[in-house]
Design a binder for this molecule. Structure first.
Ligand SMILES: NC(=O)c1ccc[n+]([C@@H]2O[C@H](COP(=O)([O-])OP(=O)(O)OC[C@H]3O[C@@H](n4cnc5c(N)ncnc54)[C@H](O)[C@@H]3O)[C@@H](O)[C@H]2O)c1
Length: 282
């Protein structure tokens, strides 16, 4: 099967990035969210990034117009009937994702592939929401999508080799380097990254150091490009909490318990960069 039309569910920070790289690779893209305000915000982000590329001489104005011309916005899931391949990048919440996959299964053509950009929810559980489990897979992009090279490709137990190969090849077409992970909570990336971030939040909670000290130690001492607290703000604290909850539940192991301070910030609506306040102010 050749992928020509690529659907993206969710126009948030990940969804609009995925839509951008897909359109830059030449695919026709349909970017969907629950209302027009959210899809327009996603389009604005893409436009701003492309404008910067033109200013830096990395892209011509004609190319920018062509990329934007390949992205259609949508507020109805029914539009996914036209897609060959759909990536879901909606909020990290099981009931929300399950409903999307149940609906996509009814709307999309029988041969269409349904992928999830989930950070931690097992792909097998998502696949079980559909009558096409062999055509369900994890396609996990990193943030910010246009910049980060990695795509983690997660094979659920029922995922077919054809679905896997198609996804792997798509990641390469997008200019990314794929890596394969088995279907365990958090896969490879977040099984390792999130406990480190959670531990940094515990260090702040216990008063081991200030936010600046914790991030400076990890940046200068471990050569990380950004500190774990700033990274948590970039990922979104709601997403960080959701991933820790999935690890905690999925492994039934207390070492994955989310830090109470993380929960407190999320309850206060301090979700990081996207809301203007997290461990830092923006
Ligand atoms: N933030 C990161 O660093 C990161 C990295 C890799 C993967 N992810 C994963 O990507 C997904 C999206 O994360 P994000 O950071 O873009 O979140 P976000 O909050 O920026 O965006 C989520 C978007 O999904 C939309 N949405 C919610 N329900 C929907 C529905 N039923 N139909 C269509 N759209 C719907 C929301 O309106 C919102 O615009 C999550 O599964 C997350 O775990 C995030």
């Amino acid at each position: 099967m050749e992928v020509k039309t690529f659907g993206v569910i969710g126009a948030g920070q990940m969804g609009n990035g995925i839509a951008q790289v897909a359109a830059m690779s030449g695919l026709q893209v349909i970017m969907n969210d629950i209302n027009d305000e959210f899809v327009q915000r996603g389009m604005k982000n893409i436009t701003n990034l492309l404008t910067k590329s033109v200013e830096k001489g990395k892209m011509s104005a004609d190319e920018k117009a062509a990329v934007l011309g390949r992205i259609k916005t949508s507020v109805s899931l029914q539009d996914m009937a036209a897609a060959d391949y759909v990536v879901e990048a909606a909020t990290e919440n099981e009931p929300i994702k399950f409903k999307i996959f149940q609906d996509l299964d009814k709307i999309c053509r029988p041969e269409a592939i349904l992928a999830s950009n989930t950070s931690s929810i097992p792909i097998g559980r998502i696949a079980a929401q559909t009558k096409r489990p062999t055509q369900v897979i994890g396609m996990h992009f990193m943030n910010p999508v246009p910049v980060m090279k990695l795509v983690e490709v997660i094979r659920g137990l029922p995922t077919s080799d054809e679905t896997f190969k198609l996804t792997w090849d798509l990641a390469v077409k997008f200019g990314k380097t794929p890596a394969e992970s088995s279907d365990f909570p958090g896969f490879i990336a977040n099984r390792i990254l999130l406990p480190m971030i959670n531990e940094a939040i515990y260090a702040l909670y216990h008063g081991v150091g200030t936010r600046e000290a914790i991030d400076t130690v990890m940046k200068l001492g471990m050569n990380h490009p950004m500190g774990p607290l700033a990274l948590a703000d970039l990922i979104g604290l709601d997403t960080c909490l959701a991933i820790m909850e999935t690890l905690y539940k999925g492994f039934s192991d207390s070492k994955y318990r989310p830090c109470p301070l993380l929960r407190k910030y999320v309850e206060a609506g301090w979700l990081g960069k996207k809301t203007g306040r997290g461990f830092y102010e923006y």
